[in-house]
Design a protein around this ligand. Sequence first.
Ligand code: ADP
Length: 176
Amino acid sequence: MSTTLTLIQGDITEQTVDAVVNAANSSLLGGGGVDGAIHRRGGPDILDACRALRAGHYGRGLPTGQAVATTAGRLPARWVIHTVGPVHSSTEDRSALLASCYTESLRAAAQLGARTVAFPAISTGVYRWPLADAARTAVATVRAALATTPDAFDEIRFVVFDDRARTAYEAALAED
Ligand code: ADP
């Protein structure tokens, strides 16, 4: 069975999916944007799980481009997959790190057995990545990952907040 790519304009914390990806920061201890919304709506169990990660394997935090899963607490999902996007730089190409957020999140999701995964537009908020480029990277990277794991997922859902992001993703999805 092939995987459906979908685009939704809305709030990522309201998605009924197996796994919700969080645009986290490396501290794993919460922040603004998607991260703040996930912890607010998901409740304290997510933060407890993140603190446990910091006390264990991720003592120095989660490196940029990597992904790790926790409970989803009270969100209508089974897991939150935390990934740390790169801050955009005009002097250094960090796009491999942005792509890595998508591949590593999908790898974590597949390991858990998640069949539906919702992604926010990683790095396009506080981390200032230009939307059109971020959308192209997101879509192309997910497509490439799915080509190597055609049976792992039923749906990958891109969830964007505003009209500008929706337009950018529509354009990226229309490219082959
Ligand atoms: P980053 O730090 O990786 O840039 P942000 O959370 O600041 O992440 O923003 C990532 C993107 O998610 C932005 O485009 C922002 O508009 C959008 N966003 C913020 N809150 C939500 C939400 N609750 N649901 C979906 N998208 C959101």
